[in-house]
Design a protein around this ligand. Structure first.
Ligand code: NAD
Length: 374
């Protein structure tokens, strides 16, 4: 089985799908890994390191023409055209935001597995790329906030007086939110967190943060796969209104609330931003999906009343070494689950394969994606 690792071409993307360590493991299992020249450069992995791990350095076209191609970003149209009919593509494919991409992959005759759709069951934990990347983003978001905030995070007692710790509010305590809480706590901030799923309350508290409870009923906020459900518009407005005083008291807000396949919920209104002190910072990790703050501009920093609102689009790309390493491990787990040196074995009896597979045999096979295309 040939495995191709093309260089990423999306603007700002510095991750690479496989790192030399993982290439070595695959090579030892008899796979022929082809890495495009310079593919690891953004993440500081040299061609020489890949060669030493057993890979062959090839052109971008040769990497895309492998039996199995692994990638970070969804492929462009030009890249899809380089895939061979009958080949397999594994990577982030944004299937619910860009179902048209699935259609193009199907037309190209590619079997495509979306890392976003790997079901969140225990057996699939080692293939959970979303969680791995969310952890990177949650960590980095806090560092950016600490850097922008014109204040200390920790309590400081000095001869020049005592500095009170910064107040950090984390909205959405999923994987990114929990990592943000842990990171902000390590820096000494006072942290509180809110999530619509109150099942996370204990996790929040075990990290040393306060769980914000709103006088607001949301029966069964969680779906069967553990994700939050979207709220009705009126409920959503009520929720944002109730959050205003909590946001107003915070020096930093890290917002991470998402609902798969939907626009991110608005939790931070203009009124809430105006309630914050000048100099405060909002890092809106939901920016790629429209943002949790109404003022967020995806990919930009907006300043309103002295409050900086940052809408990062791809924080994992800013920590490319560990983000690539973690991502590569999740791909390794996928490859080991569904391929041998002889070839790739589609298995629709398998819950993970069935969940992640978007296209097969020239067709879009994932039901959620099909529904979006209908
Ligand atoms: P996500 O990125 O989809 O959303 C982030 C957080 O935003 C979630 O906690 C969600 O509840 C919250 N949210 C959504 N709408 C909200 C609103 N209106 N107000 C406040 N908060 C809101 O979530 P995620 O981090 O990918 O994780 C989702 C769930 O999956 C969690 O329960 C997580 O523990 C679980 N999970 C399970 C596994 C596994 O079992 N293998 C792996 C990873 C995550």
């Amino acid at each position: 089985l040939q495995i191709g690792v093309p260089a990423e071409t999306a603007a700002g993307e510095r991750r690479v799908a496989l790192v030399p360590d993982v290439v070595k493991r695959l090579a030892q299992q008899g796979m022929e890994v082809r890495v495009a020249r310079g593919a690891g450069e953004g993440a500081f992995f040299s061609d020489a390191a890949y060669e030493a791990a057993g890979a062959r350095i090839v052109t971008q076209e040769e990497a895309w023409a492998a039996d199995l191609v692994v990638h970070v970003q969804p492929p462009s149209e030009e890249e899809i055209a380089l895939l061979r009919s009958g080949s397999v593509l594994i990577g982030f494919l944004s299937p619910l935001d860009h179902p048209e991409l699935a259609e193009k992959l199907a037309r190209q005759g590619v079997t495509a597995l979306a890392m976003e759709l790997v079901p969140r069951i225990s057996r699939a934990q080692k293939m959970d790329a979303l969680s791995a990347m969310a952890a990177v983003a949650g960590y980095k978001a806090v560092l950016i906030a600490a850097n922008l905030l014109p204040k200390f995070f920790p309590l400081l007692t000095t001869a020049a007086g005592t500095v009170r710790p910064a107040s950090v509010l984390v909205l959405g305590a999923g994987v990114a939110g929990l990592q943000a809480i842990a990171t902000a706590r390590r820096l000494g901030a006072r942290v509180s967190a809110y999530d619509i799923r109150d099942v996370v309350k204990e996790e929040v508290q075990s990290l040393g943060a306060t769980f914000v409870e709103l006088p607001f009923e949301v029966p069964d906020a969680q779906d069967v796969s553990g994700y939050a459900k979207a709220l009705a518009e009126e409920k959503q407005r009520q929720q944002a209104q109730l959050l205003v005083p909590h946001i107003g008291r915070s020096d930093v807000v890290i917002s991470t609330a998402q609902v798969p396949g939907r626009r991110a919920p608005v939790l931070i209104t203009e009124e809430a931003v105006e309630a914050m002190q000048p100099g405060s910072v909002i890092i809106d990790l939901a920016a790629p999906n429209g943002g949790n703050c109404v003022l967020t501009q995806p990919g930009e920093t907006v300043v309103r009343n002295g409050v900086q609102i940052v809408g990062p689009l791809n924080l994992p790309a800013e920590m490319p070494v560990h983000a690539s390493q973690m991502y590569a491990r999740t791909l390794l787990a996928m490859i080991q689950e569904f391929a041998t040196s002889e070839g790739f074995q589609p298995n629709f009896e398998d819950e993970i394969f069935k969940g992640a597979c978007v296209t097969y045999n020239g067709e879009v096979v994932n039901e959620r994606v099909r529904a979006l295309l209908a």
